[in-house]
Design a binder for this molecule. Structure first.
Ligand code: SF4
Ligand code: SF4
Length: 190
């Protein structure tokens, strides 16, 4: 892929917004590539983390927000630990995900399932106040139409007491639900 670098591209609104929202100096990345060298998902994504950072520098908003890297980043933090100038790439990826959702950018097919997983995870936490693996698996499998995904592994985990069938709700779950509602209201106002 070839990009024409113009003065305007280097001072884009997109770069300014990402820097403001993340509090990170994205412009200071000098493309050493150490972040991508340690990234565990790099073999499965088209655009490596350092390329994403470079594309943010160049103001390529559409390409960045439509990329699966933004969604497939596992937030493991390896890149943060390896960056010689301490750029918080995990936080930048969070900001990019938020921006993709706010701008209603349709994620690519593989990434759409990751988004579905996040939503199932949050629904589970909202409902029980904590994660219940069976509820999470049921919600994700139904929503994604992968109806039998990992189903055969469940009995072994239950037998080993790694997961429980009956979900336990935390005390004062109403307070947590109210917090979720407030966040949803704030998001609607954005
Ligand atoms: S936080 Fe994301 S981009 Fe960074 S190394 Fe982990 S998976 Fe890769
Ligand atoms: S490790 Fe840091 S400086 Fe190097 S390419 Fe990645 S973000 Fe840029």
């Amino acid at each position: 892929m070839r990009w024409d670098i113009t003065e305007k591209a280097l001072h884009s609104e997109f770069l300014r917004t990402v820097e403001q929202r993340s509090g990170e100096n994205v412009s200071s990345c000098y493309q050493c590539g150490k972040c991508s060298g340690g990234c565990p998902v790099v073999a499965d994504i088209e655009l490596t983390p350092n390329r994403i950072i470079r594309m943010v520098q160049l103001g390529l908003e559409g390409n960045v927000l439509r990329s699966e890297t933004v969604w497939c980043c596992a937030a493991c933090g390896t890149c943060n630990g390896r960056c010689p100038i301490g750029i918080d790439i995990v936080h930048i990826m969070d900001v990019l995900r938020e921006m993709a959702l706010e701008r209603r950018v349709v994620p690519p097919p593989g990434a759409a399932e990751v988004l579905m997983f996040y939503r199932s995870f949050l629904d589970c936490v909202k409902e029980f106040g904590r994660l219940n693996e069976i509820a999470l698996m049921g919600s994700y499998n139904i929503n994604s139409w992968h109806l039998f995904c990992n189903v055969m592994k469940a009995p072994w985990f239950i037998f080993k007491s790694k997961i429980t069938i009956a979900p336990h709700k935390i005390k004062q779950i109403d307070r947590l639900k109210r917090a979720f509602e407030r966040i949803e209201e704030l998001e609607r106002k954005k």
